[in-house]
Ligand binder design. Structure first.
Ligand SMILES: Nc1ncnc2c1ncn2[C@@H]1O[C@H](COP(=O)(O)OP(=O)(O)OP(=O)(O)O)[C@@H](O)[C@H]1O
Ligand SMILES: [Mg+2]
Length: 376
């Protein structure tokens, strides 16, 4: 998958390890000789540190080859990383689609634009797609790995364009625009509308309301082009050079979400290429036998001449071991359920839960080593 695609999109529920997995896939592909760009939305310093960068910026930065060498890793290709700059991407979009430089400036300088371009539902998801669209044809890279935003609802990601257009083109907004446009001022307005707007104007000022009206009208103009574009961007995602990877943990809740997400992608006409189950706790066998461990501890304490009452310690240890076994069983059940449900066409990999956070290039490479064992 890493060798034969131009774009890899990692999707999954919040906190399962999307950012880590994206970075690990990018590291692996770079090691294999590809020129990779890892596009993340995660401003976490940790990821930057793992890649030996002080911070991630809104423009590409190369990860130094020396860093690979220092950690005993070869790198045949190259690795760059970049953080998604939401507002910058939206600015480019407005600039590209505005009908005139005046319209562009009016929108960019509108106070509401600040809100729409950074805080409106769906903006971040859509901008990730938009940026991807822009960099996928960049001749400097063979592969772009996209880390998607932490969405609590898997739907958010795929329905972002509709939601974004919907939020701006909502009935409330339309009512606003029509009311303001069709009247020559508050005094000539229908009584109901005038009442509402007067109430609002008391808080915001009439000028502000007119500002809103103008802004929404202009964004709507822009969206003639924008809607078309959203379609193109999303059609591109269905191309044969794009691979979707579902990242999940083996816990029951995220398993259910991963399965739902797989179905949803298929509904959108996208067949996911791989599933990565991250943070799988060891097998029950590997946890050992609590009884045997307790007996061993007792023997050890006696041999060491300890007079301490070991029963408390032993029972605590047994409990901890039993917890581990329960966790391992739960994870095994989660993995089994995923494997059975997703079918044979999907590569399937498991990454163990490491003792510590994944915090450097070597750890990312260690995560990636587990992708090798992916099977159908
Ligand atoms: N296999 C693993 N073993 C141990 N720690 C891990 C593993 N995978 C990820 N982590 C750690 O878990 C934390 C969360 O991972 P990450 O940031 O990749 O999740 P995410 O899915 O991107 O989260 P969000 O949805 O918030 O963006 C990080 O501190 C990371 O180092
Ligand atoms: Mg993340």
């Amino acid at each position: 998958m890493l060798d034969s695609h131009r774009v890899i999109v990692c999707v999954g529920s919040g906190g399962v390890g999307k950012t880590t997995t994206s970075a690990a896939l990018a590291v692996r592909a770079a090691q294999n000789g590809r020129r990779v760009l890892c596009l993340t939305i995660d401003p976490a310093k940790r990821l930057a540190q793992s890649l030996g960068l002080a911070e991630l910026r809104g423009s590409e930065q190369a990860v130094s080859r020396e860093l690979f060498a220092l950690q005993g890793l070869r790198c045949e290709g190259s690795l760059s990383a970049m953080m998604l700059d939401m507002k910058g991407t939206f600015d480019e979009l407005v600039t590209r689609n505005a009908s005139s430089p005046e319209q562009r400036d009016r929108i960019l300088q509108n106070r509401l634009y600040q809100y729409v371009s950074t805080s409106l539902a769906g903006t971040q998801e859509y901008m990730a797609m938009e940026k991807l669209h822009a960099v996928r044809l960049d001749p400097r890279f063979d592969l772009v790995v996209l880390d998607t935003p932490p969405t609590t609802n898997a739907l958010d990601f795929l329905e972002a364009p509709q939601r974004l257009v919907g939020a701006i083109d909502s009935p409330v907004m339309r009512w606003f625009v029509e009311t303001l446009e069709n009247s020559k001022g508050l005094s000539l307005m229908g009584r109901g509308a005038a009442f509402v707007l007067r109430g609002l104007a008391r808080f915001t000022g009439v000028e502000f309301l007119e500002n809103v009206g103008q802004f929404v009208t202009e964004l709507n103009d822009l969206f003639g082009g924008f809607r078309e574009r959203a379609k193109t961007v999303y059609e591109d995602l269905k191309g044969p050079d794009v691979a979707f990877v579902i990242v999940t943990s083996p816990s029951p809740l995220t398993v259910a979400e991963a399965l739902y997400f797989t179905r949803k992608l298929r509904d959108f006409g996208i067949e996911p290429k791989a599933m990565i189950v991250n943070r799988v706790h060891g097998t029950p066998e590997a946890c050992g036998d609590a009884q045997a461990a307790a007996a061993e501890l007792q023997t050890f304490l006696q041999a060491a001449g300890s007079s301490a009452d070991s029963s408390e310690l032993i029972s605590r240890m047994s409990e901890a071991l039993e917890d581990d076994v329960a966790l391992a069983r739960r994870d095994q059940a989660g993995v089994r359920r995923l494997k059975e449900s997703v079918g044979q066409d999907l590569s399937f990999a498991q990454v163990p839960a490491f003792e510590r956070d994944v915090h450097d290039l070597a750890a990312l490479a260690q995560v990636a080593a587990h992708f090798e064992r992916a099977g159908g």
